[in-house]
Design a protein around this ligand. Structure first.
Ligand code: AHG
Ligand code: MN
Ligand code: MN
Length: 337
């Protein structure tokens, strides 16, 4: 019989063998995984669980909140606030940081999340997910403030996502490769299903919202035009396109079979660096992608080198198969700013 390794067992063995997952971080990952299981249950209920539709409120970015955005946010907070592993949390759905209440012990870690990624896909039964990123509170810091969260992505202690699709899959990195766990619904536990995830360096598949093409800058247009020109064009090969509109699902495909994902700056809102959020979306995904051998830039610089100036900062994102990301980045660097 093949040995089934649960997430708990995997984390304990990693801690024993390599010592790179401290006890508190292990607890944190397990608690996030448990919260994702609860979110998966709500997602699976759909119309039967009164979880579809809008909540009638807006978040700090002015986006209409779906019922599940709020449910997932509450599940993550409730699960994480009492364990003693965290100092504070920050979420796409909350304006300020959430301090662990005084009645609970305080830990060293900071947890950031996009509780429900791909909100526009909830009601139409397409894959959605939860994205998370873990930082350590700066040493010697008394209490916690928003500034403590403003660390470059290279400081992440762990990152991951859970995708709620045909299967519920948890994807994790603690800076030593990428591992995937599939939820066994009967057992109620995440089981190790892929170790050492690796992204091919080359690809023929790109993911971008093409309806925004007329708003992009020249280097981005150049790259996509060349892909569209196919075999007869400068790239000499035909490309395929996918766009799920849930970053988790697009990134999951790229971790599974390669590809490149782009959400660039565009002229619709020229003062915003991009649509996606640095702390809850770009950084954790960049960490996973790099750990699987891919690359992630904001079209000019490595995403994980950027120092955030605010919690809800936005950023342009290009990530996936290394050679494509390098090409797109080079097109931007070659062009006039
Ligand atoms: P969220 O649902 O957390 O706001 O994120 C949605 C994001 C991302 O998941 C996806 O890639 C992108 O928005 C889709 O944007 P468009 O609808 O503009 O294609
Ligand atoms: Mn999102
Ligand atoms: Mn979201």
């Amino acid at each position: 019989m093949t040995r089934r390794v649960s997430l708990t067992q995997y984390l304990i063995e990693q801690q024993r063998q390599h010592g790179h997952i401290p006890q508190e971080l292990r607890l944190l990952i397990e608690v996030v995984a448990r919260a994702c299981k609860r979110i998966a249950i709500s997602v699976n209920k759909g119309a039967l669980g009164d979880v579809l539709g809008t909540a009638g409120s807006e978040n700090v970015q002015g986006e209409v909140q779906k019922k599940l955005d709020i449910i997932a946010n509450e599940v993550l907070i409730e699960a994480n606030e009492w364990g003693g592993h965290l100092a504070a949390m920050a979420s796409e759905e909350m304006e300020g940081i959430y301090l662990v209440p005084n009645r609970f012990p305080q830990g060293e870690y900071l947890l950031m999340f996009d509780p429900l990624d791909g909100s526009s896909n909830i009601d139409v039964n397409v894959s959605i997910g939860t994205i998370f990123s873990v930082l350590k509170k700066p040493e010697g810091a008394k209490g916690v403030s928003e500034e403590d969260f403003l660390q470059p992505g290279s400081q992440q202690a762990a990152a991951g996502y859970c995708v709620y699709g045909p299967q519920t899959t948890l994807v994790l990195t603690v800076g030593d490769g990428v591992t995937m766990f599939t939820l066994d619904r009967e057992q109620g536990s995440f089981v190790l299903t892929t170790e050492s995830v690796s992204i091919p360096e080359d690809t023929k598949e790109f993911a971008i919202n093409m309806s925004n093409m007329r708003h992009w800058d020249e280097p981005m247009k150049r790259y996509i035009d060349e892909c569209l020109a196919g075999k007869e064009g400068p790239r000499g090969k035909d490309f395929n396109m996918r766009w799920i509109a849930s970053m988790v699902a697009d990134v999951h495909r790229i971790l599974t079979r390669g590809g490149v994902f782009m959400y660039p700056w565009d002229k619709r809102e020229p003062n915003k660096a991009g649509k996606l959020r640095l702390m809850y979306e770009a950084n954790p995904m960049a960490f996973l992608i790099e750990q699987a051998g891919g690359a992630a830039t904001n079209t000019r610089q490595r995403i994980m080198d950027l120092t955030p100036t605010q919690l809800h900062e936005r950023v342009s994102v290009v990530l996936g198969s290394k050679n494509e990301v390098e090409r797109i980045t080079a097109y931007h660097l070659d062009a006039k700013p």
